[in-house]
Design a protein around this ligand. Structure first.
Ligand SMILES: Nc1ncnc2c1ncn2[C@@H]1O[C@H](COP(=O)(O)OP(=O)(O)OP(=O)(O)O)[C@@H](O)[C@H]1O
Ligand SMILES: [Mg+2]
Length: 265
C-alpha cells in the first residue's frame, strides 16, 4: 500500500546565511577521479536547523568540509554571510564524529582554544569555558584530560568547544554516531535546547532518519554518483517531537524511500 503523503519542500529560507550555486568537487587521486559533488545549489537561512542525509559516499562530508573551509571546491560559488570562504574561521564551529579534542589539553583548555586564538582575555576565557561546560552538563570535568572522559563526555566537550566563539554556523558531521542510544538521546535534546536558546544555524549530517526528524526543521537528502541534492523537505512536526506521532512515521517512510532504503509496505 502506498498512501499519498503530503510533503512540503523548503521554499522561503529567510535571510540566507549559506549560499551554494552549482557547487562541484572532484577528488583527483593517482587512481582516478571521483565526482564527490556534481552540482549542488542550496540556500540556508540564518537560524535554520538543517539535517543532511544520504547514502555513504554521496558527498555529505565533502559539503561540510567545503563550508568549514577545509576543502576548496573545484567549481561553483559558496558564500557564508555574503563572503567567499577562504579557510577555517571562528565564525564556523565544527564538530566531527571522532571527537577531535586536543589530547594534550584539559577539557577546559580545549573549550578555551578558539578564544585563546582570538586573543580573548584569560578571565573572560575561564568564564565562558565554565559556562559552556555547565551548559553541556559537565560542570566538574574542566581539569580532566580527554583520555579521562567517556565518549559521550568528549563529544559534549567538543560541542562546548565549537560553541565557545559563538559561531553563527555550526557544522556537525555525524557527531553522535559512535554513542550509545541513551547518551545520543540526551545530546540530541541538549542540541535542540542550544538551538532554541542561541539560534545558531546548524548543518548536521546523520545516517539516522529518526535523529534527523527529532532535530531538524529541514532535511536535505543527497544521492551519490555524482553527489547531489534529491529532496529538500520541510519538517512540519511540532516540538517536542514524538517518535510515535503518525506524521513522524509518514515522514520517516518518505525519507527512507528518498534515500533508497527498502521499507516495509
Ligand atoms: N580525500 C579524498 N580523496 C579521494 N576521494 C575522496 C576523498 N574524500 C572523499 N572521497 C570520495 O568522494 C565521495 C564522497 O565522499 P564523502 O566523504 O563526502 O561522502 P559521505 O557522504 O560523507 O559518506 P559517508 O556517509 O560514508 O561519510 C566518495 O566517493 C569518496 O570515496
Ligand atoms: Mg561522511
Amino acid at each position: 500500500m502506498n498512501a499519498r503523503v503530503e510533503i512540503s519542500s523548503q521554499t522561503d529560507v529567510g535571510e540566507p546565511l549559506i549560499t551554494c550555486i552549482e557547487l562541484g568537487h572532484v577528488y583527483d587521486s593517482g587512481r582516478g577521479r571521483t565526482t564527490a559533488l556534481g552540482s549542488v545549489s542550496l540556500t540556508i537561512g540564518r537560524g535554520e536547523f538543517v539535517c543532511v542525509l544520504g547514502p555513504s559516499g554521496c558527498g555529505k562530508t565533502t559539503l561540510l568540509n567545503i563550508l568549514a573551509g577545509f576543502v576548496l571546491p573545484a567549481k561553483g560559488v559558496v558564500r557564508v554571510g555574503g563572503h567567499a570562504i577562504n579557510g577555517p574561521s571562528s565564525e564556523r564551529g565544527v564538530v566531527f564524529q571522532d571527537y577531535s579534542l586536543f589530547p594534550w589539553l584539559t577539557a577546559r583548555a580545549n573549550v578555551e582554544f578558539g578564544l585563546r586564538m582570538a586573543g580573548r582575555a584569560a578571565r573572560e576565557r575561564v568564564k565562558i569555558a565554565h559556562d559552556l561546560l555547565g551548559l553541556v552538563d559537565l560542570p566538574d570535568v574542566g581539569e580532566k584530560y580527554p583520555f579521562e572522559l567517556s565518549g559521550g563526555m568528549k563529544q559534549r566537550v567538543a560541542i562546548a568547544r565549537a560553541l565557545a566563539t559563538r559561531p553563527s554556523l555550526l557544522l556537525m558531521d555525524e557527531p553522535f554516531a559512535a554513542l550509545d542510544a541513551m547518551t545520543r538521546g540526551s545530546l540530541q535534546a541538549k542540541l535542540v535546547e542550544i538551538h532554541r536558546q542561541e539560534q545558531p544555524t546548524i548543518l548536521f549530517v546523520t545516517h539516522n532518519i529518526a535523529e534527523a526528524l527529532v532535530l531538524a526543521s529541514r532535511l536535505i537528502v543527497m544521492s551519490p554518483n555524482p553527489g547531489r541534492i534529491v529532496e529538500d523537505i520541510s519538517v512540519d512536526l511540532p516540538r517536542p517531537r514524538r517518535r510515535t506521532a503518525p506524521r513522524f512515521n509518514e515522514l520517516y517512510e518518505h525519507v527512507s524511500r528518498a534515500i533508497g532504503l527498502e521499507t516495509a509496505e
